[in-house]
Design a protein around this ligand. Structure first.
Ligand code: SAH
Ligand code: SF4
Ligand code: F3S
Length: 480
């Protein structure tokens, strides 16, 4: 998994202009996995209009930034990227060619018109709820209009976005994201997501199953269900009853060819018995759970409007670990929320020491305009935030390293995903989401193979060939 939920991935697509010259588009993705998914769906929408892929942003004549607004640095990154793009656009204009620039994602939704004011080179601003209108928006921008599409659409974008094409899916690899739920009604007082993504919407079971089938037909072996509050997903199932995420997972686990299931991100309040039972029963559901707690202090949790205590969280973790003893936990933490005292922070360290996360992401609180946290008068000084973050991260790092080291000598099944850096090596994923490097042929990409872990590096594990390896039952017990 990436260093933090904010990731940058480049998605390259090209636009073919039929009989004439080739037009190209470059999509750069910031932010969470939902943005990665959305970038792919925008690519699918453009593919339906005749767009094709290319390798280089330099020869793109449409550039799309799919942005994130979660912390200040995230939005600032976009503005500095737009500064660099301005030079590219000017250089292009000097050659008598045009470069169209679009901003999508959560900064687009939050800032709207302001983006065009601050960066007049931008031709098109489109919010996450209107991606199905992207082809028309591009056509309008091409005719010279400055387009801002940030109204929440009445129609559901998922009903109007084209389904992924099997050939395109195959080119993207053996793992895929599938958004099942979008938006958030929780309104944690630090967070912009309810404002940028709107209120919670769940996609229906039949649509999710259809999309999963297409992914599997394109060679996908592992699907991660996505949602800002994925475990709040609910929808009418095959039997006419309202299902929760647990039932959806049971349904997907029946699909031949789909070998691994994951989901992210979950809220502690929405982990119901059905979902915990799915972890107990489903071999295909990987024993890894991202369950952010943000803080270990009840005062801070209350001020954050998380609507649970640290005790509730710890009890929940006990129940989950009883259901699936080898489950690894991952979490998110914010240090320096307004009013956080040294004692509050110590409570976070205590919680971390109790849970022992296999993986974690931690951030200094960043005031987001329009959120209740930003209006408070008791902000924590930057140097205090930095000191706390350093202490927290050093504890989290040591737990993560211990978790990796515990894996050495154990046997596990890994999904081979992509070529490694060295010739003759592939990178696979452990059930616990760790990258595992092993000697293997590229024809084996997509295979699930049994390996023995020989060494733990800082961010990945190294493994041996899998011949003569013990049966799967020993895998679970040897890693708990
Ligand atoms: N829906 C998820 C969180 C999505 S945002 C959940 O409820 O857990 C991803 C992470 O970014 C959050 O878990 C939080 O740790 C961090 N984050 C969100 N807003 C932030 C802010 N204003 N400052 C610092 N970190 C923030
Ligand atoms: Fe943000 Fe809270 Fe919603 Fe997560 S649950 S997206 S942190 S408001
Ligand atoms: Fe960022 Fe929006 Fe995701 S703010 S974290 S891209 S939901």
């Amino acid at each position: 998994m990436q260093e933090e939920p904010l990731i940058e991935a480049d998605h390259l697509l090209a636009e073919s202009a039929g009989q004439g010259g080739i037009r190209r588009v470059f999509v750069k993705t910031y932010g969470c996995q939902m943005n990665v998914y959305d970038s792919e769906r925008m690519a699918d929408a453009l593919a339906g209009e005749g767009y094709r892929t290319t390798e280089s942003p330099d020869d793109a004549d449409l550039l799309l930034l799919n942005t994130c607004h979660i912390r200040e640095k995230a939005a600032e990154k976009v503005y500095s990227e737009l500064g660099r793009i301005r030079q590219l656009k000017e250089a292009r204009a000097a050659e008598g060619r045009t470069l169209m620039v679009g901003v999508a994602g959560c900064v687009a939704q939050a800032e709207g018109q302001e983006i065009i004011r601050r960066a007049p080179i931008v031709d098109l601003v489109i919010g996450p709820q209107t991606y199905h209108r992207l082809p028309q928006a591009i056509a309008r921008a091409r005719s010279g209009e400055k387009v801002v599409e940030t109204e929440y659409a009445i129609e559901d974008k998922f009903d109007h976005l084209p389904a992924p094409d099997t050939k395109i899916v195959a080119a993207r690899g053996v793992t895929a994201f599938l958004t099942v739920q979008e938006g958030c009604d929780k309104f944690c007082t630090f967070c912009v997501v309810p404002y940028t993504r709107g209120s919670e919407v769940s996609r229906p079971v039949s649509r999710i199953v259809d999309e999963a089938r297409r992914l599997v037909a394109g060679g996908v072996r592992e699907i991660t269900l996505l949602g800002q509050n994925v475990n709040a997903w609910h929808g009418v199932g095959d039997d006419g009853r309202e299902w929760g995420l647990g039932e959806l997972l049971y349904r997907l686990a029946q699909m031949d060819g789909l070998e691994r299931l994951r989901y992210t991100t979950s809220h502690p309040r929405d982990m119901d018995d059905g979902l915990i039972a799915a972890h107990r029963d489903l071999e295909k559901l990987m024993p890894y759970l991202h369950l952010p707690v943000q803080s270990g202090s009840d005062n801070v949790l209350k001020a954050m409007n998380r609507r649970h205590t640290s005790e509730d969280y710890l009890r929940l973790i006990d129940r989950i670990r009883q259901a699936r003893p080898d489950i690894a936990l991952s979490g998110d933490f914010i240090v320096g929320f307004p009013g956080e005292t040294e004692d509050d922070f110590e409570a976070t360290l205590r919680l971390v020491d109790t849970v022992r996360y296999a993986q974690a992401f931690s951030f200094k609180y960043s005031p987001r305009p329009g959120t209740p946290g930003a209006d408070r008068s008791d902000h924590v000084p930057e140097d205090v935030k930095s000191r706390r973050l350093e202490r927290l991260q050093s504890m989290l790092r040591s737990h993560q390293q211990q978790f990796a080291e515990q894996c050495v000598g154990t046997v596990m099944d890994i999904l081979l995903e992509k070529p490694g850096r060295k010739e003759g090596q592939l990178i696979g994923r452990s059930p616990w989401l760790q990258p595992v490097i092993v000697d293997a042929k590229s024809s084996q990409i997509g295979d699930i193979v049994r390996v023995r872990i020989t060494r733990a590096g800082t961010n990945s594990l190294f493994a041996d060939h899998w011949q003569d390896i013990a049966p799967i039952e020993t895998v679970r017990s040897s890693t708990t």
